[in-house]
Design a protein around this ligand. Structure first.
Ligand SMILES: *Cc1c(COP(=O)(O)O)cnc(C)c1O
Length: 402
């Protein structure tokens, strides 16, 4: 007895790039001016840096090839010695410990709780061994930045914010990514601004940005095309390696027209998230953790925990959701998940973090792009709630739902 099903919205497709990008890309292609340092001034990458710094309210911005590159350059800019210890949350993307390995430092993983945020007791316990800290605002979830900054200031440990997925999020009204010494953002396609690939770092520290500018590949006097004090640049000229992690003008041309879209994407993403969260929280088996009070989110996905479900029921839930057309990723259960720390086998040592592991085995991830309408979000949420019902009522609803 086939019943008619609402059409499940596609949550993977990107939204179109604003038409204004096309004109600029055509202009760049017709002149061949793709390298950021060819034009005497106002290259698209330079304009992007100026606009992004103004948008975030920081003194400096440096556009690079990815957020991973920005994290690597941040560590290098801090001039950490080889094998320096860098604290990171155990719940993050594999690119984060990778950037630490790339910088020849040692990551130390800190437990995260069921609300996806840093476990502050474990953070405080591990801070005395730290030379630096990277706070990953994973999936945009902001840890207690007041407590983190207070502890790190007292301990004199620099904080890098991995805000790859947090553009538009604020903490006490202040932009995430501008609270630590350096902040790093991504323009990879699954983030709020999509250039395929790309990243940017922000800071108020002239010396740090000068070092990062040179190492990003500003050879000879290319640095004079950056809005960075010449004095700081002259200090570091020829004294640092060039890693060539620059951004192309084409990417900047695709990013710049999306900056004015940001406020709308943040507003719609938050609306979608909060709408779906309310529907999921009405189920006894699905729980969306509360944000911390000072945070205003900018989500393009939703995470929720499965509660009071056995292992078999969790398996049944994922199957039932898939049968209903909504793909749910349970971080710790999907094979080779790059956000499950035990899959980071490139690290020197094995980590055992029971709290983080327990969270990852029950935490679900569903994309919820800002372009979805509230009606489409209701469909997604409705199917998730129904999938939990399927899993928790005997007989295996997943089959009956076919
Ligand atoms: C996407 C992401 C990164 C990596 O960004 P890239 O630009 O792809 O290098 C790092 N950290 C977090 C939290 C991310 O979501």
């Amino acid at each position: 007895m086939p019943e008619t099903r609402p059409e499940i919205p596609n949550v993977y497709d990107a939204e179109p790039i604003p038409a204004a990008a096309m004109e600029e890309v055509t202009r760049l292609l017709s002149t061949g001016d793709l390298f950021r340092y060819t034009a005497p001034e106002n290259a698209p990458v330079s304009l992007l840096e100026r606009e992004f710094a103004a948008l975030l309210g920081t003194k400096y911005a440096l556009a690079v090839s990815s957020c991973s590159a920005a994290l690597f350059l941040s560590l290098k800019a801090l001039d950490l010695p080889r094998d320096a210890t860098v604290l990171i949350p155990a719940f993050t993307f594999a690119a984060v410990p990778s950037s630490i390995v790339h910088a020849e430092c040692q990551p130390v993983l800190v437990e995260c709780g069921a609300d996806y945020r840093l476990d502050m007791a474990d953070f405080e316990a591990k801070l005395p061994q730290a030379d630096a800290v990277i706070i990953s605002h994973m999936r945009g979830h902001t840890s207690d930045m007041d407590a983190i900054m207070a502890l790190c200031e007292t301990a004199d440990v620099p904080v890098i914010e991995d805000a790859a997925h947090s553009l538009g999020t604020t903490w006490h009204g202040r932009n995430i990514g501008t609270i630590g010494r350096l902040g790093c953002f991504s323009f990879q396609s699954y983030k709020l601004i999509n250039a395929g690939e790309g990243g940017i770092m922000v800071t108020d520290d002239a010396d740090l940005v000068a070092r990062a500018v040179i190492m990003s590949g500003a050879y000879e006097h290319a640095w004079s095309k950056h809005d960075v004090p010449a004095e700081a640049m002259r200090t570091w000229q020829n004294r640092l390696p060039l890693y060539n992690l620059r951004l192309s003008n084409l990417s900047a041309a695709i990013i710049r027209p999306q900056l004015p879209e940001l406020a709308r994407r943040v507003r719609d993403g938050r609306r979608n998230h909060d709408h779906v969260a309310a529907m999921l929280n009405a189920s006894p088996w699905l729980r969306v953790p509360e944000k911390l009070e000072p945070e205003e989110r900018a989500p393009d996905s939703i995470q929720f925990n499965l509660e009071a479900m056995s292992e078999d029921q969790i398996t049944a839930f994922a199957a039932a959701a898939a049968a209903r057309g909504v793909k749910v990723q349970i971080f710790g259960r999907s094979t080779d998940n790059a956000r499950a720390y035990w899959n980071w086998q490139f690290l020197d040592r094995d980590w055992d973090l029971p709290r983080t592991r327990a969270m990852l085995m029950r935490a679900c991830d569903v994309r919820l792009p800002a372009r979805l309408t509230p009606e489409e979000c209701s469909i997604v949420a409705g199917e998730l709630v129904a999938a939990a019902e399927d899993a928790m009522t005997s007989g295996g609803g997943a089959v009956a739902a076919e």
